[in-house]
Design a protein around this ligand. Structure first.
Ligand code: PLP
Length: 457
């Protein structure tokens, strides 16, 4: 049985794929068994969902005839299972730390499948990237100097992208303006051990039109570089493809109906991820490819005419529907005759939007441990973690529970694979790190768990 906990009249039911519905609706006992065995919170991963998300994006590239390179943004989730699935499905990996690089390498990625992003790469990271000849996105002239210093005297030629700071992002500390790109090109021209492969950018926010604007700037620098004798082959537009967590119309209605009293803080947060955007990631990509370039052709046409590969680095969009997070209720404490605080075994570090002064605008699902009694009445409450920090609140929104939750019940957040589930997780109070396991089908077609680690069966 699954019960939705929501603001009455303005629910934010999570969009679920069939395997999650089946598990939550028909196998609550199995979830309880798994939590008893592995502890709360428990993060479950369905790696195969990533394949479906990837196939949807590749389908758009194929229909528009655009040469492409999809790099899974490994920062989005700590799961090796997701990296492995991305690699097996033919994607590359966007790594932004030495440790992401090592995981990707141990899971079989060779340098040609990797792009390294991020502004603060260390000498150790550079040296392992150079060691496997991975594509490196260089963030600044300073990084270029450091990279040159770690190139072996007689090594193979090192491919790189230069990261553009688009004019619309002037306050960002990532990437470099056009003048610095030109300066780097001069430096590369005088260094036989480097090869300029093209440009990279990553724009904050989730709009395709801001990427289209950045691409127009990149295109004129690509033309300049060709005039100077370079042979770029790629423009990588980074990530930021959207995920639809809840129905678009329901989301609009919810935002419109929000009032400060909906929150125990008496304040509506200033910003939210667009949980109910109008576009799927595939439609977003379609819109981007149809956008026009200065000479009247579409972006798709531009890539074909220029013989360029379009790189993308989706993190969240590839992790869509790959995970759920399960919290066991430890205590329900009455605050008044019809309100309560629901303590869970786990903390807001494992459901982290409140730490960004925002809120995960997706309703949790209550899976009762035992069938509710006919006497059970609805109850309004908010969710708190097990630490002694007053800020340790998983959900500041007042939620109406169709029946009062009880200790032992499970609260499930769906679709937590994208930055949500364990980004800030730690061992505060010496609680062990939550378990993360992959859900697979056993020989009888039943759901079973396997470790989400490298090299363990
Ligand atoms: C350079 C770069 N690429 C890709 C991504 C992934 O973004 P998203 O998960 O929104 O697709 C990020 C996220 O910060 C990034 O900084």
């Amino acid at each position: 049985m699954m019960l939705h906990c929501h603001k009455v009249g303005a629910g934010l039911l999570p969009i679920l794929r069939p395997m999650t519905v089946e598990l939550l609706a028909d196998r609550g006992w199995l979830l309880a068994e798994w939590v008893a065995r592995y502890g709360s919170p428990l993060n479950l991963i369905w790696p195969d969902e990533l394949k479906k998300n990837l196939a949807a994006l590749i389908g758009v590239f194929t229909e528009s005839g655009v040469a492409h390179a999809v790099y899974y943004g490994a920062k989005v989730n700590k799961s090796p299972g997701l990296i492995e699935t991305a690699l097996r499905a033919g994607a590359g990996i966007d790594v932004s730390s030495l440790y992401e690089l090592r995981d990707a390498r141990r899971l079989g990625a060779d340098g040609a499948r990797l792009v390294a992003t991020g502004p603060a790469k260390t000498a150790g990271f550079h040296s392992e990237l150079v060691g496997c000849n991975a594509l490196i996105s260089v963030d600044s002239p300073e990084e270029l100097d450091d990279l040159v210093n770690c190139l072996p005297a007689n090594g193979v030629v090192q491919p790189l992208l230069l990261r553009l700071l688009p004019t619309g992002q002037a306050m960002s500390r990532f990437g470099m303006p056009a003048e610095a790109i030109r300066h780097c090109l001069s430096r590369i021209a005088g260094e036989g051990r480097l090869r300029f492969d093209g440009l990279h950018f990553h724009v904050s926010g989730y709009r395709w039109d801001s990427r289209a604007a950045a691409l127009r700037e990149a295109a004129s620098l690509i033309a300049e570089s060709r005039a100077r004798g370079f042979a770029p082959r790629m423009i990588d537009i980074g990530g930021g493809l959207p995920v639809q967590y809840v129905d678009h119309l329901a989301y609009q209605a919810h935002l419109k109906a929000q009032v400060p009293e909906d929150y125990r803080t008496g304040k509506v947060p200033g910003s939210f991820y667009p949980y109910g955007g109008a576009l799927s990631a595939a439609d977003w990509l379609r819109q981007f490819l149809h956008a026009s370039m200065p000479k009247g052709c579409s972006i798709a046409g531009y890539f074909a005419d220029e013989g360029l590969v379009l790189g993308i680095e989706p993190g969240r969009a590839l992790a869509d529907q790959t995970a759920i997070s399960i919290f066991r209720v430890s205590r329900v404490k009455a605050l008044s005759s019809d309100t309560c605080v629901i303590f869970v075994e786990g903390s807001s570090f494992g459901a982290c939007e409140t730490w960004f002064a925002s809120e995960f605008l997706v309703d949790p699902i209550l899976v009762p441990a035992t069938p509710p009694s006919a006497m059970s009445k609805p109850m309004r409450g908010y969710l708190a973690g097990h630490s002694c920090l007053d800020e340790d609140v998983l959900c500041n929104r007042w939620l109406t529970f169709p029946m009062a939750p009880r200790a032992g019940d499970l609260l499930v957040y769906a679709n937590t694979g994208g930055y949500q589930m364990d980004l800030l997780e730690n061992e505060f109070h010496r609680h062990p790190m939550p378990s993360r396991l992959c859900v697979v089908q056993d020989a009888n077609g039943q759901p079973a768990l396997v470790p989400d680690t490298i090299g363990e069966a």
